[in-house]
Design a protein around this ligand. Structure first.
Ligand code: ZN
Length: 138
C-alpha cells in the first residue's frame, strides 16, 4: 500500500461558519492521476469538524439551528470552568459531528453524490486558521 499526504489551509471566521472544501479536496486528489484509492479527509483541532452536506442556503441555516438545540452557545459548560475560554459549546459540537470523512476514489472519480459537498465547520468563538489533511491510500 502506498500513502500520499496532502494538506491545505482554511481560514475561518469561527462561530459555526460552514466552508465548502470540496474543490480543495478534489485538487489534492486529482493531481495524482490515480484510478482507485481511499481518500481520508481530516482536520486537526477540537472545536472544528469535517462532514458532508448539500451546500445550499436552507441547510446552511438548518444545520446550525439543529446544533443550537443540542449544544446552545449561551448555556454554561463545565469546560469553561476549566479554561474560561467560552467555547464549551464548540467542543461539544465538534465531538458530536466528528473530525473526518472518507470518500472512495473509483475509476478516477471521487464518489460524491451530486448534491453532496465536503464541508469544514468551525465552531470556535473566534477566527481560526485550520489545517486539513488529505491522506490518499492505494
Ligand atoms: Zn476550549
Amino acid at each position: 500500500m502506498t500513502v500520499i499526504n496532502e494538506k491545505f489551509i482554511v481560514h475561518t471566521k469561527g462561530n459555526t461558519e460552514i466552508k465548502d472544501i470540496t474543490r480543495q479536496v478534489q485538487n489534492a486528489v486529482y493531481k495524482h492521476n490515480l484510478q482507485n484509492a481511499v481518500v481520508h479527509v481530516y482536520v486537526a483541532g477540537s472545536t472544528v469538524s469535517i462532514t458532508n452536506i448539500e451546500y445550499e442556503p436552507g441547510l446552511l441555516k438548518d444545520f446550525p439551528e439543529a446544533l443550537d438545540k443540542i449544544a446552545p452557545v449561551e448555556k454554561e459548560y463545565h469546560h469553561d470552568e476549566t479554561w474560561h475560554d467560552g467555547n464549551g459549546y464548540a467542543h461539544v459540537r465538534a465531538s458530536i459531528v466528528g473530525n473526518n470523512t472518507t470518500v472512495p476514489l473509483i475509476d478516477g472519480a471521487l464518489q460524491l453524490g451530486q448534491w453532496q459537498q465536503i464541508v469544514l465547520v468551525d465552531f470556535d468563538n473566534k477566527a481560526r486558521t485550520r489545517t486539513v489533511y488529505v491522506q490518499i491510500l492505494y
